[in-house]
Design a protein around this ligand. Structure first.
Ligand code: F6P
Ligand code: MN
Length: 313
């Protein structure tokens, strides 16, 4: 039989079908779908901003928001009326926002537009979402049921995990998220390293760890955007991303709730690990919205190796 519409539909698995076939619970499926669709609106906003919104007036004379504030508004308004979200915690807000009637099932965390300053240089940026079944002030391992991130690059891609593997989708020209990789699995050991923070500010143990990676020939890959940097490790099936403790900021830079927990959830589902250098990220209890932690995330070998170097600190 020649190639036709039937062949196309037979081989293309879109996000909704994938979640249904994978047995993701109905409400969670609908919520993940809604978040993925919201990514399209955010991408549209990035495009129409022509790189910058803050301080500009639109055609109606209204002051425009920065892109990250604007992405936050879009997520908030989409999720508020979804019927599935009880609370929304965002990196752009200093308190948790209650949504809906109070009996909804899920608690959401969002870094609505991570790395938004990279828009100017036309590098990839992303949205990071965590989905919890109870209050977010807990260990991720207890409260999280799913996580996803969207990468806005030359293509828009989305990776989600609802606790049964990590799967990548690409947004096609018809506006559908189409499965590109199912059950992404990291190798035991990779060959990329992505080190955040200035070398002069690193602690001696961390410096020794990085020197050890360099001596073993790991390739440097650091864009300055957490989403594309993690995505690179995941799609290349291994390596290590780290944003360590620094001399003047022992808790590093990245936020446990909005950035680290969702990525740790996805990377663990892909067979990797994520730690602070001592404890696993998903075992860290969230005490405050803006809590930061050092991070070592990627394939198992490199994350465990970091623990050996840092155990004495
Ligand atoms: O959200 C913080 C962030 O922009 C991340 O996307 C990124 O990994 C990190 O900061 C980069 O930090 P630095 O500019 O110090 O390398
Ligand atoms: Mn961020």
């Amino acid at each position: 039989m020649g190639e036709g519409i039937n062949d196309y539909t037979r081989y293309v698995v879109d996000l909704r079908r994938h979640m249904w076939m994978g047995g993701v619970e109905t409400d969670l499926r609908r919520l993940i779908w809604q978040i993925a669709v919201t990514g399209k609106y955010i991408s549209a906003r990035i495009h129409e901003s022509n790189r910058k919104l803050a301080g500009f007036k639109n055609i109606y004379g209204e002051e425009q928001l920065s892109l990250d504030r604007s992405a936050d508004d879009i997520f908030k308004s989409q999720l508020q009326f979804s019927g599935f979200v009880r609370e929304y915690a965002s990196e752009e807000q200093d308190a948790v926002i209650s949504c809906g009637k109070g009996d909804e099932k899920y608690f959401i965390t969002a870094d609505p537009l991570d790395g938004s300053s990279l828009v100017e240089t036309n590098l990839a940026i992303g949205s990071i979402i965590g989905i919890h079944k109870e209050s977010v002030f807990a260990e991720g391992r207890k409260s999280m049921v799913a996580a996803l991130y969207i990468t806005y690059g030359p293509l828009i891609t989305m990776v989600y995990s609802a606790g049964k593997g990590a799967h990548e989708f690409v947004l096609n020209r018809e506006g559908e998220y189409v499965l590109s990789q199912e059950n992404i699995t990291l190798k035991e050991r990779g060959s990329l390293y992505s080190p955040g923070g200035l070398r002069k500010d690193w602690l001696p143990e961390h410096l020794k760890y990085v020197e050890c990676l360099e001596a073993e020939g790991y390739k440097l890959r650091y864009s300055g955007g957490f989403v594309p940097d993690i995505n690179q490790i995941l799609i290349k099936k291994g390596g290590i991303f780290t944003y360590p403790a620094l001399q003047k900021s022992p808790r590093g830079k990245l936020r446990l709730l909005f950035e680290l927990q969702p990525m740790a959830f996805i990377i663990e589902q892909a067979g990797g690990k994520a730690s602070t250098g001592k404890d696993y990220i998903l075992d860290m209890k969230v005490e405050a919205l803006d809590q930061r932690c050092p991070i070592y995330i990627g394939s198992r070998f490199e994350v465990e190796k970091a623990k050996e170097f840092l155990s004495g600190t």
